[in-house]
Design a protein around this ligand. Structure first.
Ligand SMILES: [Fe+2]
Length: 364
């Protein structure tokens, strides 16, 4: 990187070339990805490149400035700082408010690592996880998501991101209007991990169809029910021992700081379709779920199912809005969960990306 130019004021910084930002001090520089997201922040001083304690003090000391930049740019990518391991990741962000909901009722499997740090999803590595806003299919959801790269994969494996404003501009206005008018209904089914079905679950579908015992972190039905009620989900037990939940949402939220209203839902990921490259095992999926409740489904709020074409249109808009920035070891990314969506590129080899959720938002 070239030596950054000193700028006199924020307004003088156009973010296209690495430059010192007056609100962040002289030890770091910033520049914006050409596609408009994320904003990179990198150390200039030797001490912020090598001394975790110094870096942490800088990070905590500039909380307000970083918050302002997060609202302006939606995603901050901290590159080249000495973050090494889950403990560092937990410590540097310990001053951020926790997300009350944790990962209870989350959509994909993951394990806790240290404190509030979880591993990234164990979703199959050959499948692209489409852009989404974390837990937007639940009543309570995190305001921010932090990611840390402990080990980048050899091929692929980026945490894809995309601006919600860009996605909204790419979706058919009539589709957005239907969500605005009717809202959305999310229907989910959680299998019982101890019940063998007459045609055993295909290995490719195991992570897609989660057991309620894992999704709600309990072996006790009453506790799973209580968790559903706390999350505002309607629930019922089916004859095969599975748990079915239903949740109605407006599909939009107001940003708590900016006041802007944005689409906030997972209609694209909650509807499983045969989307060609990097699709799930579609023959196994249709064989299993033709006459059974699907693991996840999202309809319009008047109970009208979304068509294959509507889901494809949503996903293709997501592809167009996607910005892919390969991970570097030790990088941390902080995203505003309303302003920016995230996903995951398919990958090969080992990959260790870790996640923390911060702040609590609600559909009300
Ligand atoms: Fe996610």
């Amino acid at each position: 990187m070239n030596a950054p130019a000193q700028v006199a004021a924020t307004a003088a910084c156009d973010y296209t070339q690495p430059a010192v930002h007056p609100d962040l001090g002289s030890e770091v520089c910033v520049h914006l990805h050409p596609e408009g997201v994320p904003l990179f922040i990198e150390p200039i001083s030797e001490r912020l490149k090598t001394d975790f304690t110094a870096f942490k003090a800088w990070f905590v000391g500039h909380e307000q400035a970083l918050e302002k930049l997060l609202h302006q740019f939606a995603a901050l990518r901290l590159r080249g700082f000495p973050v090494n391991g889950s403990e560092d990741f937990a410590q540097m962000m310990a001053h951020y408010p926790s997300a009350d909901m944790g990962y209870t009722g989350g959509g994909t499997p993951r394990a806790a690592l240290a404190g509030k740090v979880f591993e990234a999803t164990r979703f199959p590595k050959n499948i692209r996880l489409p852009l989404h806003q974390e837990m937007s299919y639940l009543k309570h959801w995190p305001l921010k998501v932090g990611f840390y790269c402990h080990q980048p994969s050899e091929v692929g494996g980026a945490t894809d991101i995309g601006l919600i404003s860009r996605l909204e501009s790419l979706l058919e206005p009539s589709f957005l209007e239907r969500i605005r008018r009717h809202g959305l209904i999310y229907k989910r089914n959680f299998r019982d991990k101890y019940v063998e079905s007459d045609d055993q679950l295909h290995p490719d579908l195991v992570s897609l169809h989660r057991p309620w015992q894992e999704a709600f972190f309990t072996e006790v039905r009453a506790e799973a029910q209580a968790a559903c009620e706390k999350m505002g989900l309607e629930w019922r037990w089916l004859d095969d021992g599975s748990l079915e939940t239903r949740y109605r949402s407006s599909g939009f939220v107001n940003h708590p700081v900016l006041g802007t209203r944005h689409m906030f839902n997972q209609a694209n990921t909650m509807n499983t379709i045969d989307s060609g490259v990097n699709s799930i095992n579609w023959p196994a999926y249709t064989k299993r779920y033709t006459n059974r409740p699907k693991p996840t489904e999202c309809t319009f709020g008047d109970d009208t199912p979304m068509t294959h074409d509507e889901v494809m249109m949503y996903r293709q808009a997501g592809h167009k809005a996607t910005v892919i920035v390969p991970w570097q070891k030790g990088e941390v990314m902080l995203i505003d969960n309303i302003l920016v969506l995230h996903g995951r590129s398919p990958y090969e080899g080992e990959r260790n990306i870790q996640v923390q959720l911060f702040g609590s938002g609600s559909h009300g």
